[in-house]
Design a protein. Structure first.
Length: 348
């Protein structure tokens, strides 16, 4: 039996979790997540406010996670903490606390990359979400398409050249006068819109693209965001057009993500597609991805909402993987705003 405490403070969620290895099975013993609603006032995350909120929340979050699991720090084998990427001030709160807890309890310290955590998240809900698979990571700060032949080996296929998918949802939500974060509100509004009233170009998606082309897997959403802005400006009656614009935007973004992912599935002959990140909560995306995967005999695995958002369970699970392979980080572990996923192989 191996027990790992996970800590996540990369942005505006303070989270703690305990996972346990029981033979071949990994069990989620506890998970607590505290979201900072204050940022809705500003229409986006304010880094200084986020850092201060983590400072007041981290101790009770860790205590709650341990209490829910019926365990103490001395029962842990390791403390795993997000140390990259993210808001540096926010990350430092979690890293500093994790280092102190590991030193005081004499336990191992394992730094975890936030995006690698998202790769592991779905497997906590669905044990079959394991390599080999194609992964689409879609969040507020990242959009990445990866081929994953095995845990710890990640082949980068494509990424965003500008806005991440979640960022595009947030910006379009703001253009349409919707609350922050925009993703859930845009999806609900789009469900009432007509698909052909506003049809936007699918960005960086052409039939003549070849695997050797640099844009074969890459995505770009800045132009789509601009098209939405112009549609809003040109609308004679925005109250009547909002739902149709939302539908047109969401269809364009999802069609692009699905098409790029299917290219990867075909080329690498993967039987599974794993989604991760906050945008993986978008049920329209999941349904469209599964519909396309059915024709290829592939299966789509999407995380539950609490594991799609930033959470410590995925950090504990990724930390468990590295801990079991002998990874131990020193107590001078630092935080980084940007850093590549460990084991990431560059594009050919």
């Amino acid at each position: 039996m191996t027990l790992v405490l996970g800590i996540e403070t990369s942005c505006d969620e303070t989270s703690a979790s305990v996972v346990e290895r029981r033979g071949a099975e990994v069990v989620l013993r506890s998970l607590v997540i505290l979201s900072q609603d204050v940022h809705r006032i500003f229409g986006g995350v304010v880094p200084e406010i986020a850092s201060r909120a983590h400072l007041t929340s981290i101790v009770p979050m860790v205590q709650r996670a341990l209490g829910d699991a019926g365990l103490a720090p001395s029962d842990m084998d390791a403390v795993a903490v997000t140390h990259a990427p993210g808001l540096v001030g926010a990350l430092l709160v979690g890293v500093g606390y994790a280092k102190g807890l590991a030193a005081a309890s004499g336990k191992a310290l394992v730094g975890v990359h936030h995006m690698e955590g998202h790769l592991f998240a779905t497997s906590l809900d669905q044990p079959d979400a394991v390599p080999p698979f194609v992964a689409l990571l879609v969040s507020g700060g990242h959009t990445m398409l990866l081929d994953v032949p095995d845990w710890g080996t990640y082949h980068l296929l494509g990424t965003t050249r500008d806005d991440a998918a979640g960022e595009a949802f947030d910006k379009v939500g703001k253009l349409l006068g919707l609350p922050y974060p925009g993703g859930p509100h845009v999806e609900r509004l789009a469900a009432t819109g007509e698909p052909r009233r506003f049809r936007f170009t699918r960005p960086m998606l052409r039939r003549d693209q070849q695997p050797a082309d640099p844009d074969f897997y890459d995505v770009s959403f800045s132009g789509l965001k601009t098209a939405v802005r112009l549609a809003v400006q040109d609308s004679a009656n925005l109250a009547d057009d909002r739902a149709h614009i939302a539908r047109g935007f969401q269809d364009a973004l999802i069609d692009t993500l699905v098409a790029k992912t299917m290219r990867a599935v075909k080329r690498h002959n993967r039987p599974r597609i794993v989604l991760g990140g906050g945008v993986a909560c978008n049920t329209t995306l999941v349904r469209a991805m599964q519909a396309a995967a059915d024709s290829l005999g592939a299966r789509v695995f999407a995380p539950s909402p609490r594991l799609a958002t930033d959470n410590a369970a995925m950090i504990a699970r990724a930390g468990l993987f590295h801990f079991e392979r002998g990874v131990r980080d020193p107590l001078d572990l630092s935080a980084f705003a940007q850093r590549p996923i460990p084991g990431l192989q560059p594009r050919d």
